[in-house]
Design a protein around this ligand. Structure first.
Ligand SMILES: Cc1cc2nc3c(=O)[nH]c(=O)nc-3n(C[C@H](O)[C@H](O)[C@H](O)COP(=O)(O)OP(=O)(O)OC[C@H]3O[C@@H](n4cnc5c(N)ncnc54)[C@H](O)[C@@H]3O)c2cc1C
Length: 260
């Protein structure tokens, strides 16, 4: 391991979840390849492997929506580019309203989506049933359908980003935790690991919910904490059509999707 850790790099990234790997990939794509990513265990072992993998496009602002649209475009081509399948597919999503007020909110969201250039349809109960035959329509007022929404396999997508970064020269070292961010003159200048120090022009902290502790050690308050998110994975359901849209029921704080 020691021989793998260089003494200096242009950029060091702490954390091998989807965020750290996406940063490594995009740095490499713009020609910044003197990059070392350090993961304390294995890539995706943090929060990323838990993710449901929903890839939604509508966000609260135009810039966030543009980013989400870019993400879909990126995921659509990443498997072919890297040779690592991602599991990405655009089977659409339906958000269902159980109250008139919620339907109003969804319709406003649909107007905003159109304004942002997204494909969106406001649909009634009959069309909801056509697109998702298993929905119990009792109490359903209406909904919106976003045909370009989709889902991906978060582990495979992260591995594809990591592969795309490695193909361009990024070094990714697993089983190597960062113990502390090194600070000199009020500036992050590298990291300390069990096998030595790595000096860097830029330190990127992408350790997810663990970032808080690394930041705390250098006097920076990051207001991040874990929150519970319950989910149920069923056995295969006989007769369930594949490629159904993701179903979101905001009034019940719930969503359903096909798992891999
Ligand atoms: C049940 C569930 C469902 C979700 N569903 C979705 C969804 O449908 N769509 C969506 O977009 N998002 C979803 N999310 C959120 C998504 O999973 C996270 O936003 C995302 O995975 C965060 O990625 P990350 O890289 O920031 O963090 P992480 O994946 O946690 O990566 C951080 C990495 O840093 C490493 N690390 C920590 N400390 C150190 C250290 N000292 N040195 C080196 N490495 C270190 C960890 O081991 C870890 O691998 C879901 C989350 C959960 C829990």
């Amino acid at each position: 391991m020691t021989q793998d850790l260089p003494g200096r790099t242009e950029v060091v990234i702490i954390g091998g979840g989807i965020v750290g790997c996406a940063i490594a990939y995009h740095l490499a794509r713009i020609g910044i390849t003197d990059v070392v990513l350090l993961e304390r265990r294995k890539l995706t072992c943090g929060t990323t492997w838990h993710a449901a993998g929903l890839v939604g496009q509508l966000r609260a602002t135009r810039n966030m929506t543009e980013l989400a649209k870019y993400t879909s475009e990126l995921f659509a081509g990443l498997g072919a580019e890297t040779g690592q399948a991602t599991g990405f597919r655009q089977n659409g999503s339906i958000a269902v309203a159980l109250h008139p007020e919620r339907f109003e909110e969804l319709k406003r969201g649909a107007s905003m989506a159109r304004n942002f250039g997204l494909e969106v349809e406001v649909i009634g109960p009959t069309e909801i049933r056509e697109r998702h035959p298993l929905v119990d329509l009792g109490g359903v007022v209406g909904g919106v359908f976003l045909p370009k929404d989709g889902q991906t396999n978060p582990i495979d997508t992260t591995l594809a980003l990591a592969k795309g970064a490695r193909m361009r020269g990024v070094r990714i070292l697993e089983d190597l935790p960062v113990e502390r961010i090194l600070v000199e003159g009020g500036r992050a200048v590298g990291v300390r690991t069990p096998v030595g120090e790595l000096r860097a022009g830029t330190v990127v902290l992408a350790a997810g919910m663990w970032s808080r502790w690394l930041a705390r050690d250098i006097g920076v308050h990051l207001p991040l904490h874990a929150a519970e998110h319950f989910y149920v994975v069923t056995e295969a359901i006989e007769g369930l059509p594949r490629e159904l849209p993701v179903l979101r029921v905001p009034d019940e704080c719930a969503y359903c999707k096909e798992d891999a």
